[in-house]
Design a protein around this ligand. Structure first.
Ligand SMILES: *[C@@H]1O[C@H](CO)[C@@H](O)[C@H](O)[C@H]1NC(C)=O
Ligand SMILES: *[C@@H]1O[C@H](CO)[C@@H](O)[C@H](O)[C@H]1NC(C)=O
Ligand SMILES: *[C@@H]1O[C@H](CO)[C@@H](O)[C@H](O)[C@H]1NC(C)=O
Ligand SMILES: *[C@@H]1O[C@H](CO)[C@@H](O)[C@H](O)[C@H]1NC(C)=O
Ligand SMILES: *[C@@H]1O[C@H](CO)[C@@H](O)[C@H](O)[C@H]1NC(C)=O
Ligand SMILES: *[C@@H]1O[C@H](CO)[C@@H](O)[C@H](O)[C@H]1NC(C)=O
Ligand SMILES: *[C@@H]1O[C@H](CO)[C@@H](O)[C@H](O)[C@H]1NC(C)=O
Ligand SMILES: *[C@@H]1O[C@H](CO)[C@@H](O)[C@H](O)[C@H]1NC(C)=O
Length: 518
């Protein structure tokens, strides 16, 4: 009797087992991820570093990466509809709500866990579908998934808990497949949370720290004919402050911290260097943010809109470079760090803003004449009561080669100004001085015909030596601001056009009151 009961249970067990298999509908046809018949070679991949954004949110960066010599549909045409992650069956608990974003916006459909229909028993995937990406839009797309638990607190919230690592891989290593709409293409990537796979070494080694010494360099370069700009102390200080805040924020986003805050190291005019330190594996967590940070830092120097006029003809480069070092605190030296410290480089060549001035045809390229306008004007009280002088200073330069280069005489300057009657009247005239004079000479303003919006200080006829340090001061009634008087995209700015006698050469400069300090 006893025996019969045991046998009955055994039978029932196997029947139940069979039943499970059928109910879940898992055919077991494809034993390995992505558990279906599809081409593993294709146009898309996921960056191998996952970025942790806090709040159980993990972000994957998609790249378009077409294998060389692959002309197949999957490499050349396929779209990108769906992302699947090979996950541990235990994560698929009822009541877990997952959310995802694509480039910051919620995905069309929430992600969910599914049993892989053609996979072995219990094989489970996390699926994010209806991505709607293609070869043109997928590169750099960021897909973030927020993991969570159900109300009972059960569920997987870290990649270590979530991902089923392939054989031999460390916990937290995830396999991700990217599917085309027709499911024929499923290139697979192996990705890794940037968290160190193992705890930092123990024992005497504890006394040493392996560090990333990371520097952000802002450098300026400029060619012939351009008045080279030097960063000011105030700019250096402001950039340093912003870099320190940028890295603190990135470290916070990455769920880690900095070892030594970023501080100003060099402020030499053409180079600003701001350096800080990370413990090496923490630096590796911040590394995925380096590109975005570099772009952010570039915008400190040249914010959007019209480029700062004093940087026209310059290229700004922001590099984030790191040195990995073993900082010896104890006696023992460690083997070199293997972590990737933050690295990035962005550069931006700046050209003058496009404007509709001057109204005549002549070569406006900066540097064509051996003369240039300095980028900042100065102000002082005017000669007549209730007026202000805006003084523009000139310098001599080595010109670009060309027909204008041999000009010796600085003939006149023209300003782009509003020529309506009340504004014309507000201009009292010019006070001018060559570099060899100490006293200013009054010069009446000469307006072009109405509508040309041009006023000139003419008959200057300075030679190179006289022009080098010469000044033209524009005296304006205080009832009118420079912004109202001068035209162009710059607030507190004026366009100053230098002419030779032939009027063929007219390098155009914008001047402003001061450098931009973020
Ligand atoms: C790609 O094709 C060219 C010419 O057919 C061949 O020389 C080259 O080795 C191929 N590259 C790869 C990576 O297969
Ligand atoms: C499949 O999952 C069920 C329920 O969690 C579990 O009891 C069973 O042991 C699993 N089977 C395999 C082969 O992992
Ligand atoms: C950054 O600037 C510092 C100081 O001028 C210099 O020593 C360092 O080599 C620069 N780094 C790079 C990558 O240019
Ligand atoms: C910029 O600094 C260099 C020295 O670092 C100096 O020779 C040059 O005159 C400065 N240029 C300007 C426009 O101040
Ligand atoms: C870095 O600066 C921030 C803000 O000033 C401060 O809270 C933090 O403690 C500093 N970190 C280190 C390592 O000095
Ligand atoms: C200025 O205009 C030229 C030609 O029209 C164009 O190539 C250039 O991109 C423009 N530059 C800016 C800064 O808009
Ligand atoms: C202006 O002069 C420069 C230098 O000689 C030359 O390269 C450029 O082509 C000229 N531009 C025009 C519009 O003639
Ligand atoms: C010039 O100033 C007048 C007011 O005097 C204003 O109505 C007009 O819009 C200004 N013109 C330009 C081009 O800014």
């Amino acid at each position: 009797m006893k025996l019969i009961i045991v046998m009955t249970f055994a039978l029932m067990g196997s029947v139940l087992g069979q039943d499970f298999l059928l109910r879940s509908g898992q055919s077991g046809q494809f034993p390995n991820f992505p558990y279906c018949l599809c081409k593993g070679t294709g146009a898309y991949k996921v960056d191998n570093t996952v970025t942790y954004k806090g709040d159980n949110t993990y972000c994957f960066k998609v790249r378009v990466s077409i294998p060389t010599n692959c002309s197949e549909y999957c490499c050349q045409q396929a779209d990108l509809k769906k992302l699947e992650i090979n996950v541990r069956p235990a994560c698929n608990v009822p009541g877990v709500v997952l959310t995802a974003t694509l480039n910051g916006a919620p995905t069309t459909v929430n992600p969910n866990f599914e049993l892989a229909p053609q996979g072995p028993l219990n094989s489970t995937i996390l699926k994010i579908t209806q991505l709607g990406l293609n070869l043109a839009t997928a590169d750099s797309a960021e897909i973030c998934v927020k993991l969570g638990t159900n109300r009972g607190g059960i569920g997987c919230t870290t990649l270590e808990q979530l991902c089923l690592p392939s054989v031999g891989a460390a916990p937290g290593v995830c396999s991700i497949a990217l599917f085309s709409s027709n499911n024929n293409c499923c290139p697979t990537s192996i990705v890794n949370n940037a968290v160190p796979p193992a705890a930092p070494p123990q024992g005497p080694i504890d006394n040493s720290l392996r560090l990333c010494t990371t520097c952000v360099n802002f450098t300026l370069s400029s060619g012939v004919g351009i008045v080279p700009y030097n960063f000011t102390q105030a700019q250096c200080a402001a950039y340093a402050k912003a870099v320190a805040a940028g890295f603190l924020n990135a470290a916070f986003q990455a769920g880690t911290d900095v070892f030594r805050n970023f501080t100003l190291n060099v402020c030499s005019g053409r180079v600003v260097s701001v350096c800080g330190k990370f413990e090496d594996y923490k630096g590796a967590l911040v590394a995925p943010y380096a590109d975005d940070l570099a772009s952010q830092f570039l915008a400190l120097v040249a914010p959007g809109g019209a480029p700062p006029p004093y940087l026209a003809g310059h290229t700004i480069t922001v590099t984030i470079s790191s040195e990995r070092s073993n900082e010896l605190i104890g006696r023992r030296l460690l083997q070199d760090s293997m972590y990737q410290c933050p690295l990035a480089e962005k550069s931006l060549p700046l050209t003058p803003a496009n404007i509709t001035f001057p109204k005549c045809i002549c070569n406006t390229t900066q540097g064509v004449l051996p003369f240039a306008t300095l980028p900042f004007y100065t102000t002082k009280p005017g000669v007549s009561k209730g007026s202000t002088q805006y003084c523009f200073t000139f310098t001599s330069i080595t010109p670009l080669s060309g027909p204008c280069a041999s000009v010796n005489i600085f003939a006149k300057v023209e300003f782009w100004a509003n020529d309506t009657a009340p504004l014309r009247r507000s201009l009292k005239g010019f006070y001018v001085r060559s570099s060899s004079e100490t006293a200013y000479t009054f010069l009446a303003a000469t307006w072009s015909s109405f509508g040309d919006q041009t006023v000139r200080a003419t008959g200057l006829d300075w030679n190179k030596q006289e022009a080098n340090g010469a000044e033209v001061c524009m005296e304006l009634d205080n009832s009118v601001s420079l912004d109202t008087f001068c035209l162009g995209p710059y607030s507190k700015g004026c366009y100053v056009n230098i002419f030779d006698k032939s009027k063929n050469c007219c390098p155009l400069y914008a001047t402003v009151d001061a450098p931009y300090v973020p």
